[in-house]
Design a protein around this ligand. Structure first.
Ligand code: ATP
Length: 253
């Protein structure tokens, strides 16, 4: 893991007591590029987003909610597999804290034994003459309030259910940033192929019958992992199909 000193020079961390969405903070007002990864953390996110306009819920004191601004080379292709890399960083940080049963669900969920623990939302920022960038949002359930109800999610969990003692939020954030830093470095140097094996080891749906739905279509098949671009591979009756877009949902049949 990176030392605290390395982290301090690698990241520019801004703390907000409250905001609508940490992703929106970075999208609407991206800080000037000084070579550091900009981070916005908030204690209270009032309008967190998921994919396709869905809501991400969080609770003051019960969630860790933050976003990172990741800049990539002008002219570079869209950073393939980025949301998968972020999921892997979250899993690795939590594994080091002793959480067992962590899994990744393509493209962007972190599960524990099938229940959703964290969500990740990657949004691309067009270059507009500047370096193109991606904003990476992470919402992690620390302790769900009693009676919390989350629509459309079969199973939800929190970190408190999987650790004897919750780490304090700044220590947890530091572990997550250290892991993000390490994986961003690998990803920048070698791309998603360098991390594909590690992702597949934690694939929640590996070799299971699944249904992919969205964008007006449905596809049934066996989940055959991800390819070198982070695209989902489904083995159906007519052979292997690649699913590139994240705008679809994946379910076990
Ligand atoms: P799926 O792949 O399961 O269809 P998704 O990956 O598209 O979901 P996201 O867009 O990442 O989901 O997140 C939004 C969804 O996550 C919401 O519709 C809700 O069901 C669920 N959700 C919202 N807040 C939380 C939370 N704190 N913990 C777990 N799940 C949540």
């Amino acid at each position: 893991a990176a030392s605290l000193g390395t982290l301090a020079t690698a990241f520019d961390v801004r703390l907000l007591a409250e905001c609508a969405s940490t992703n929106s903070e970075l999208i609407d007002a991206p800080p000037a590029d000084d070579g550091r990864i900009a981070i916005v953390v908030t204690d209270r996110q009032t309008a967190g987003r998921g994919r396709r306009g869905r809501l991400w819920q969080s609770w003051s004191g019960g969630s860790l909610t933050f976003s990172a601004l990741w800049r990539f080379q002008p002219g570079a292709p869209v950073p393939a597999g980025l949301s998968l890399v972020v999921g892997l960083a979250v899993v690795r940080a939590l594994e080091k804290l002793g959480v067992e049963g962590l899994q990744l669900k393509w493209p962007n969920d972190v599960l524990v034994h099938g229940d959703k623990l964290a969500g990740i939302l990657v949004e691309l920022l067009p270059g507009r003459g500047r370096t193109p960038a991606a904003v990476v949002g992470i919402g992690l359930n620390l302790r769900l309030p009693a009676g919390a109800s989350i629509p459309d999610q079969p199973g939800v969990t929190d970190l408190a259910a999987h650790l004897a003692e919750l780490p304090d939020r700044s220590a947890l954030l530091a572990s997550l940033l250290a892991e993000l830093h390490a994986l961003f470095e690998t990803y920048a140097a070698a791309g998603f192929p360098a991390l594909r094996g590690a992702w597949q080891q934690r694939n929640a749906f590996a070799d299971l019958p699944v249904r992919v739905s969205g964008e007006g279509r449905e596809l049934d098949g066996i989940c055959a992992g991800v390819d070198e671009d982070g695209a989902l591979l489904i083995r159906g009756d007519d052979g292997l199909v690649r699913i590139l877009s994240g705008e679809v949902s994946l379910r076990v049949r």
